[in-house]
Design a binder for this molecule. Structure first.
Ligand SMILES: [Fe+2]
Length: 138
């Protein structure tokens, strides 16, 4: 089944953010592998929660860095992050209640789509601005 793989084009040019994104990719692939192996709802939920928790941790890091850099679109990113957290909470309910493979497929498709858009589009928007700030600060 479809997974997501890290590619150099995903880099935002800031090591700690790239490391977070790589970690999110690993955690999402772990969940996908568990679904493929039909490991059961408790394993799905445990892996989903690891992904969810790390997403919250990563968002907090991004917001803190954007604030330090004085990034002007911080509020828009913060709202986007909040929307995703709410959507992921809804997805967790689906993970727990699902008895069909189709439901896990829906969750997987959502997560793959979201993470790709987050890394390749949303975060590229702040990349230059944060690189500029943190390279000067270093
Ligand atoms: Fe990110």
């Amino acid at each position: 089944m479809q997974r997501i793989e890290w590619t150099p084009e995903m880099s935002v040019g800031i090591d700690i953010i790239d490391e977070d994104h790589r970690r999110l990719i690993v955690l999402l692939n772990d969940y996908i592998d568990a679904v493929d192996a039909d490991e059961g709802v408790f394993v799905f939920d445990s892996l989903f929660c690891e992904f969810f928790d790390y997403t919250g941790y990563h968002f907090a890091r991004e917001e803190e860095m954007m604030a330090k850099a004085g990034y002007p679109d911080l509020e828009e990113h913060r709202r986007g992050h909040q929307t995703i957290i709410e959507q992921l909470e809804g997805m967790r309910r689906k993970v727990m209640l699902s008895v069909s493979a189709g439901m896990q497929d829906e969750v997987r498709a959502f997560l793959l789509d979201w993470l790709w858009v987050h890394i390749m589009i949303k975060d590229q928007a702040y990349a230059a601005s944060l690189q500029d700030h943190f390279s000067k600060a270093a």
